[in-house]
Ligand binder design. Structure first.
Ligand code: THU
Length: 160
């Protein structure tokens, strides 16, 4: 037996004000998209925004369902829409913001495991990294330089 070490490094911004202007504007679009979340069951609203290399911005929000597993996260709503509408485009950045209707969320909210798996597919597809900025309603913003940093030992097509 020998250990196999995996390390990821993230960047932390103290607030949205510290972000580069283009990312801050994108985050504001994710926050607006967040308001469109349909989250009557969890009262937890998430917004995601993607900027593509054709300069289009695609946003998404979580959409819940009375049959809970049929709902979809904001990140997958956005990336599947981008893939469906602009199949040739590359994703330059993704940003995410989450807000609870029950309590203040001021710690960064990273994408769930299922979304990480969905997102890494597009990183592999486009053969370039997708930086992701994620936050709560306010407070610190974290940046992952690549989906792979969020999903070490990822499963992708090379295993098939
Ligand atoms: N949710 C997202 O939209 N993205 C995530 O990465 C985590 C969770 C949604 C799913 C569900 O509608 C609500 O947040 C509570 O889990």
């Amino acid at each position: 037996m020998k250990p196999f070490k995996v390390t990821s490094t993230f960047e932390v911004y103290e607030s949205i004000e510290e972000l580069p202007e283009v990312i801050r504007d994108l985050m504001k679009q994710a926050m607006r998209a967040r308001d469109n979340a349909y989250a009557p069951y969890s009262q937890f609203k998430v917004g995601a925004a993607l900027v593509l290399n054709n300069n289009e911005v695609v946003t998404g929000s979580n959409q819940e369902n009375a049959s809970y597993p049929s709902g979809l996260c904001a990140e997958r709503t956005a990336i599947y829409y981008a893939g469906a509408k602009y199949p040739e485009a590359q994703i330059n950045y993704m940003v995410i913001s989450a807000k609870s209707m029950k309590h203040k969320v001021d710690a960064p909210v990273p994408p769930c495991g299922a979304c990480r798996q969905a997102l890494v597919e597009y990183e592999v597809k486009q053969k370039s990294e997708i930086p992701v900025f994620f936050m709560g309603e306010s407070g610190q913003v974290m940046k992952a330089n690549s989906i792979k940093d969020l999903l070490p030992l990822m499963f992708d097509k090379t295993a098939l």
